[in-house]
Design a protein around this ligand. Structure first.
Ligand code: HEM
Length: 498
């Protein structure tokens, strides 16, 4: 009877009802919301499609810089999300032990049953997880892996020598990614994956990671849908999960590690021994989760920063010359027998300023780091946000703020870091690692790699872009990883001691 009645309603009535319902939802989201007074793009106030559109367009970071310039320190970027560029956001949002935004839930690999360090949203549970794995990431442990990292860097130079002898263009984006993946393998599992040695994208890990990046960034806004479909344990069981290459790479590395007689006191060992000591505080799956997080988070980011350093030095010859002069003055004129040690690279203060400027100028993550307002609310820049609102902080927006980094903040200028007093002030707002308890745990390893690679390659090679007029390409999904700027490398003549 009721069905008959419904079937007899004309289509035009259905269409008008649907249109009115949608309009009511739009108006409610736009005007009856605790953040309805925050300015922002109209579409963003009632639909996540605004964020999805900018993810697909590929330059969320540019759009956010533009919007904050126009609209001020609070910009509504979602139905329930506000981007904050006020300087207090570092303390009040990132360092305030808040839960992470739901968006990060998409980083459960291979499915929602596997919550790793990155995808753990709850602050309390995260704190325990991060304590459990902290020793593995400690700077002292990283330094202990130096000679193994040296071997990968030597292999990288052999590959560059081979390619430069045949005058082949070299795609630094690929090679830096190969290098960073291998270092994660070496430091986590006592064995490089073999990307540099074979010069190939093993199991298409890099291509797949790139393809996956956009999918994950978008599905972060629809985690429920991802969990019902491609993030569902059923698909991972039958091997159809889109991130299965990360999972498989990790499983294969763990398996190979079991049969490796030369296994060291690597990160994995640190984590396993933490679990042996405190079995009640650490679940076995956490060890696996931490390894997966390393594979997912440790390569693209490091490669992006290394690329930025070389790309902007090539485009700013006066800084390049100064770094070279410093390397020669501090490390001597060669001949050099081995790659530059981290200790020596750390003494190169001009190079270190260039690295810092690369962290600032092209931060590896270009979308907002999101956190949830806790019970009781949170006030910032004179505005009170109620519980449950998402507040996000975009490192690029901070780094392009003239009040924090100087009037020339839109230029690559490493010399802003040379005055130690000014550097100390700017350090507080340098957010390339994030800040607070969710700050990147891989930062010691990444900085160690970047310092060594930069000092060694700048010492040993003349580098130029095949076409210096062509700009690189990059899209910002979560990470902003450039590509498409082939270079030619030439061994610099070895000079004898004077
Ligand atoms: C230049 C290189 C790197 C950059 C710029 C970078 C940047 C970041 C940022 C910004 C976050 C914080 C995200 C947030 O607050 O929401 C993060 C988290 C993380 N990074 Fe890195 N990262 C780099 C290298 C690495 C490396 C080499 C590893 C592993 C060996 C790593 C592992 C992780 C993990 C596991 C997390 C999640 C931490 C958590 O939520 O507790 N990263 N990284």
């Amino acid at each position: 009877m009721l069905l008959n009645l419904l079937l007899n309603i004309p289509i035009s009535t259905w269409a008008i009802t649907a249109a009115i319902t949608i309009l009511v939802i739009i108006l409610k989201r736009r005007y009856v919301s605790p953040i309805s007074d925050i300015p922002g793009p109209l579409l963003a106030s009632f639909s996540t499609l605004w964020q999805v559109y900018h993810l697909i367009k590929g330059h969320t970071e540019e759009e956010m810089i533009k919007l904050h310039k126009k609209m001020g320190s609070l910009v509504r970027v979602g139905i329930n999300e506000v981007s904050v560029s006020h300087p207090d956001a570092v303390e009040l949002i990132l360092c305030a032990d808040l839960d992470k935004g739901r968006w990060y839930g998409v980083f459960c690999f291979p499915d929602f049953n596997h919550i790793n360090l990155m995808s753990e949203l709850n602050h309390g549970r995260h704190l325990q997880k991060s304590r459990n794995v902290a020793t593995g990431y400690a700077a002292s442990k990283i330094n202990g892996s130096e000679r193994y990292v040296d071997a990968i860097l030597e292999e990288l130079e052999s590959q560059f020598d081979r390619l430069s002898t045949s005058n082949s263009p070299i795609e630094l984006d690929r090679w830096f990614n190969f290098f960073a993946f291998d270092v994660v393998g070496e430091v986590t599992f006592s064995k490089a994956f073999g990307f540099v040695e074979t010069g190939t994208d093993i199991r298409n890990a890099i291509a797949n990671t790139r393809a996956l990046a956009l999918y994950l960034a978008i599905m972060g806004h629809y985690v429920w849908l991802h969990n019902l479909t491609l993030g569902h344990p059923f698909l991972s069981r039958i091997g159809l999960q889109p991130s299965s290459h990360i999972f498989d790479t990790c499983l294969a590395a763990i398996d190979a590690r079991k049969h490796n007689p030369e296994v060291r006191n690597d990160m994995m060992e640190q984590w396993l021994s933490a679990r042996r000591k405190y079995p009640d505080l650490m679940e076995e799956s956490e060890v696996f989760g931490a390894a997966v997080a390393n594979i997912g988070a440790g390569a693209d980011t490091t490669s992006a920063t290394l690329q930025a350093l070389f790309y902007y030095l090539l485009r700013n010859s006066k800084y390049l010359k100064k770094v070279r002069d410093e390397i020669e003055a501090v490390l001597g004129r060669g001949p050099y027998e081995s790659v530059v040690s981290f200790e020596d690279a750390s003494k190169l203060s001009y190079l270190q300023a260039c690295i810092k400027e690369s962290y600032r100028y092209h931060s590896a993550t270009g979308t907002g780091l999101s956190r949830v307002v806790p019970a009781g609310g949170l006030s910032i820049d004179g505005h009170h946000f109620t519980e449950g609102v998402i507040l996000s902080v975009n490192p690029w927006v901070f780094h392009r703020n003239p009040a924090l980094f100087g009037e020339d903040c839109n230029e690559f200028n490493p010399e802003r870091w040379l005055d130690s007093e000014r550097a100390a002030q700017m350090n507080h707002y340098l957010l390339h690692w994030g800040a607070g308890s969710r700050k990147c745990p891989g930062r010691h390893l990444a900085h160690f790699e970047i310092s060594k690679v930069a000092a060694t390659l700048l010492r040993d090679y003349d580098i130029e872009q095949v076409d210096p007029e062509t700009e690189w390409t990059f899209e910002t999904h979560f990470t902003a990883v450039p590509y498409n700027w082939p270079c030619r490398l030439r061994r610099r003549p070895k000079q004898q001691h004077a």
